[in-house]
Design a protein around this ligand. Structure first.
Ligand code: BG6
Length: 490
């Protein structure tokens, strides 16, 4: 098993889940700043004003804003060559439609990128990881409004220009496909598209994200605008620096038919196309795939949101690389009484061959090899990167300060082995960033207790903890992996 020379090893975070400092140095409110916490059985709630009595995990998160030097030094100690992070859009344009960018926000990311470069770590930057400025949601209804494309491009131009000599790898939108796949869809419409119904927007009591309304016609319109924004950003980025490598980012929850019954096979294929393939097809191939037109017809979606000239924009703004998150796989069946996975998201039928995490996410390393081969065949010669993969678990700190997390090491070992097999299968995989290398706030539940890190952060769901960092056993293990280019997995 041999990873190519120069393979990128590292980890990935999102600004809203790690930075904190939610109003510091001129930052405006972003969507996650309105979300309270939940847990495996309780969906997060949303309150469209910030309530001083409530606990909003993103407001302090794990205080990366003030700990970035320490964290990046720890990443360097592990031997990383890449660090995926997002720029919080609301740190640069606090209201989304400001005339001028916020200099203090721009300066913060200058410091972060300089710190990475000091250690030879390549930043991989997501332009929008669920971080739309709240004002765009309120005033423009997110990407439902075509004007938001212009707001996004202004932001993209600002950061592409500012960091053109510090950042080479960019991603446009994190998990752009989630509005088509996650249940409840209303939640990902808000996270991803900034789209909410008026009555939800005016709520005075916290609302469960699971009850936010999903209006499919609006969702498809907003998603189309996001595709256009992404394609235009790719073109713009290349005009600013032709060496930029700009990718898309897909949440790939691999789907298998539960049985060999042909109707299950077909159901799995149909769901896979809609949930996993569609967005990648648009962004890599530059056009909507044939299968979407039948779906739109059968679901009364009026495609008049595609304006003259849009097809050319999609064609001219195809991505340079395909990146995705991979955590789990699920099964699809037409049988209504099939056992469902129980966890913090309802995602499909339970696979009898797989075990799951405490949040019900089914662990499937073989599925990663399968997925990489599927993608390599679907998009020949397009470089692939796994930009999120990890194991959320309850960790326990011992009295001597150590954290023994063999379950996390087992998870990573099996997934890295699967990637190595895929490389040997001929898949053009160029890098791997594990999710949440330093503990952070969970996106779906808002918990600190769902920990992903190699680095433990002393911060808890009751708001206690001093944010101090310590190395878990997995830290030392991943260090060996990075330093040996994936050869030493013992
Ligand atoms: C991905 C997101 O869906 O999964 C991340 O891009 C998120 O933002 C990660 O944190 C893990 O999910 P969770 O809900 O366990 O944080």
């Amino acid at each position: 098993m041999s990873f190519p020379k120069g393979f990128l090893w590292g980890g990935a975070v999102a600004a809203n889940q790690c930075e904190g400092a939610y109003l510091e140095d001129g930052k405006g409110l972003a969507v996650p700043d309105m979300l309270l916490g939940g847990d495996v059985n309780t969906p997060r709630t949303f309150l469209p004003v910030t309530d001083p009595k409530a606990f909003y995990p993103s407001h302090e998160a794990v205080d990366f804003y003030h700990h970035y030097k320490e964290d990046i030094a720890l990443f360097a100690e592990m031997g990383w060559s890449v660090f995926r992070l997002s720029i919080n859009w609301a740190r640069i344009y606090p209201n989304g439609d400001d005339e001028e960018p916020n200099e203090a926000g721009l300066a913060f990311y200058d410091h972060v990128f300089d710190e990475c470069r000091k250690y030879g770590i390549e930043p991989l930057v997501t332009l929008c990881h669920y971080e739309m400025p709240w004002n765009i949601v309120k005033k423009y209804n997110g990407f439902y409004n075509r004007e938001t494309i212009g707001l996004f491009l202004k932001y993209a131009e600002t950061v592409f220009t500012r960091y053109k000599d510090k950042v080479k790898y960019w991603l446009t939108f994190n998990e752009i496909n989630t509005p088509l796949m996650m249940y409840p869809n209303g939640m990902s419409n808000l996270y991803s598209l900034g789209l909410m119904e008026k009555e939800d927007l005016e709520a005075v009591e916290p609302i469960r994200l699971s009850t936010l309304k999903d209006v499919p016609q609006k969702k498809w319109t907003a998603l189309h605008h996001e595709f256009i924004a992404s394609a235009l950003a790719v073109k713009l980025g290349h005009s600013i620096n032709p060496d930029f490598m700009i990718g898309n980012m897909i949440c790939h929850i691999t789907l298998y038919p539960l049985t060999p019954n042909p109707v299950d096979m077909l159901a799995a294929q149909t769901e896979d196309d809609l949930k996993n393939n569609l967005c990648g097809d648009v962004q890599v191939r530059g056009e909507y795939p044939a299968y979407v037109y039948r779906y739109w017809e059968e679901h009364d979606i009026d495609s008049s949101f595609i304006l003259e000239g849009d097809e050319e924009i999609l064609k001219e703004g195809t991505v340079d690389m395909y990146t995705f998150s991979y955590y789990m796989s699920n099964c699809v069946t037409v049988k209504e009484d099939a056992e469902q996975i129980k966890g913090n998201m309802s995602l499909g039928a339970k696979n009898p061959y797989l075990k799951a995490s405490d949040w019900g996410w089914q662990i499937d390393p073989v599925g990663l090899r399968w997925t990489l081969n599927k993608l390599a065949a679907r998009y020949p010669h397009v470089p692939l990167m796994v930009v999120e993969n990890g194991f959320g678990a309850f960790d326990k700190m011992e009295e001597d300060g150590s954290v023994h997390d063999p379950y996390r090491i087992d998870y990573f070992r099996a997934h890295i082995q699967a990637m190595g097999e895929a490389v040997d299968d001929g898949v053009p995989l160029i890098g791997y960033t594990t999710w949440g290398p330093v503990d952070l706030v969970s996106a779906s539940t808002g918990e600190y207790a769902k920990r992903y890190g190699f680095i433990y952060v002393n911060r808890h769901d009751d708001g206690t903890g001093d944010f101090s960092r310590s190395r878990k056993d997995s830290f030392f293990w991943y260090k060996k992996v990075c330093e040996s280019n994936g050869e030493d997995l013992d």
